[in-house]
Design a protein around this ligand. Structure first.
Ligand SMILES: Nc1ncnc2c1ncn2[C@@H]1O[C@H](COP(=O)(O)OP(=O)(O)OP(=O)(O)O)[C@@H](O)[C@H]1O
Length: 257
């Protein structure tokens, strides 16, 4: 497998505090990598530096070997990095289908003028967007919800809709920020299945997650952060049995196992 994402020496200081220091890990094509650690360990900071939302103080973010350090989020998106957004970014009174189409809209070539004039090119693009959105809903097992307003979806379905919007960008790398937060055990199980399905399509996933069952159930490899530093990385069973990791988790928080 070739490397899709590589971060090297990634560091971010806030004043005198190093939220991330010299962080290094890789995500291969079609691999699911978990980024875990106690509260305040630096997961979001690393995640945001990869997504382009936060500039590193030093270090590199490489995508397919290309240096993408410090690029803006929309440039990272163009290069194939998609992230899930919080539920608040859904449009509550729009249908599931329209939420996905709005998500796609920014990347569509057709102009506003084309839309206003109802040109053939615009209609073709619009139909292909709808068809793609239907495929994604089908893939996520949400076909029956296409016409439902987002506000009437269950919590788990709202989070699946976020996934659908991210997948509509046809990413190479999907960044998932605590996708299992607030989910019931049933919803978490479905999420594990879905992430597995997404991986099978060749998409790589970087997952920040507190929910250990989800992390252990779906990740090929895990990197553990503590105080901004990677203290362990490896396969789930290696990390779970690492004495430093056990000490950090037992000492700092009760793992959500
Ligand atoms: N904008 C900021 N300004 C100052 N300090 C920050 C900022 N963002 C994060 N920090 C600090 O950096 C450290 C790492 O925070 P970060 O949010 O990356 O951790 P986390 O692992 O994502 O935590 P959680 O699991 O609670 O979301 C924390 O000490 C936090 O207080």
């Amino acid at each position: 497998m070739s490397e899709l994402l590589e971060v090297a020496g990634l560091t971010r200081a806030f004043g005198g505090l190093f939220a991330a220091r010299d962080v290094a890990f890789k995500v291969a094509d079609g691999e699911v990598v978990g980024l875990i650690g106690p509260n305040g360990a630096g997961k979001t900071t690393v995640f945001n530096m990869i997504a382009g939302l936060l500039k590193p103080t030093s270090g590199q973010v490489l995508l397919g070997g290309r240096d993408c350090t410090g690029l803006q989020p929309h440039r990272m998106a163009q290069l194939g990095v998609a992230r899930t957004f919080q539920i608040t970014s859904l449009f509550p009174t729009l249908t599931v289908m329209d939420n996905i189409r709005v998500g796609m809209h920014r990347r569509m070539v057709g102009s506003v003028v084309g839309a206003l004039l109802g040109t053939a090119a615009y209609r073709r693009e619009e139909e292909s967007a709808r068809s793609k959105a239907r495929d994604i809903l089908d893939f996520l097992g949400m076909s029956g919800l296409s016409d439902r307003e987002a506000q009437f979806l269950s919590y788990g379905d709202q989070r699946r809709l976020e996934l659908a919007i991210a997948l509509a960008a046809e990413p190479k790398l999907l960044l998932l920020d605590e996708p299992a937060a607030g989910m019931s055990p049933d919803e978490s199980r479905r999420l594990i299945e879905l992430i597995g399905k997404i991986r099978q399509t060749g998409v790589s996933v970087l997952l920040v997650e507190h929910h250990m069952k989800v992390v252990m159930g779906v990740c090929d490899r895990i990197a553990v952060l503590d105080h901004g530093v990677v203290i362990a990385q490896g396969q789930p069973h290696e990390v779970a049995n690492d004495p430093t990791v056990i000490r950090v988790y037992l000492g700092r928080e009760t793992a959500n196992a």
